[in-house]
Design a protein around this ligand. Sequence first.
Ligand code: ATP
Length: 256
Amino acid sequence: GNGGPVLSVENVDVRFGGIHALKGVSLSVNAGEICGLIGPNGAGKTTLFNSITRLSAVTAGSIRLCGRAIEALPARQIIQLGVARTFQNLGIYGAMTVLENVMLGAHHLTGGRFIEAVLRPGRARDRESATEQHCRAILEHLNLTGVADKTAGSLPYPTQKRMEIARALASRPTVLLLDEPAGGLTHGEVAEFGELVTRVRDDHGVTIVLIEHHMGLVMSLCDRIEVFHLGRNLASGTPAEVKANPAVIDAYLGRA
Ligand code: ATP
């Protein structure tokens, strides 16, 4: 690293036709931080993730990963450079096994050969052994070894969520973007999920940015929080600072 932030978003604008979804948004995340993004629906949080991963093109501003400008790179290259993400809606392959789902996350590391291995078992499998070992280690770490050979669709929802994190880790990311990871989990499951995210940060040395509406989780999990409102930065700080900020209470927390 260059000692600067791992992820740096500067004055990013995103427009969809007449909709100005992001208006000069900035974000700076240091190595090993867990940074929370909060704000009302439509504030632009998912659009920010989409710009970082190049699913949405930025109309102005810059995005840097470890100092390198990535805002104009294709999505595939951004993944290769170390950005992984999960989506608000699970994107699992229900008929494939947990191990196969996780190996798909590493697919760019193998130059796409894993797809071939799945479609034509026995042909390209041997070339995948290093990736498979890597993915099995991640499964072990996330307590998923017992279900490695089960079909993903047969698992309980919280286990599928854990599998999604495993799949994101399979690409060996520097930065992990989690879009509402606790959505749909029960109270008890949320606490357990928070512990998992902390463990992932501690053990994989990954920097984590998460969008989350579950305030209990955000406040207990995050080192720092950035608040968005109407496509702009509204406030940022530690959980305690953000919780006490009158502008944040007005725009967001006051509604809870
Ligand atoms: P939520 O908490 O509901 O996920 P959010 O903060 O993630 O909200 P975004 O989903 O980023 O908000 O949406 C920001 C704005 O951009 C909204 O007005 C939304 O309708 C608009 N928007 C997002 N994606 C597109 C798109 N592909 N085309 C047109 N408008 C879009």
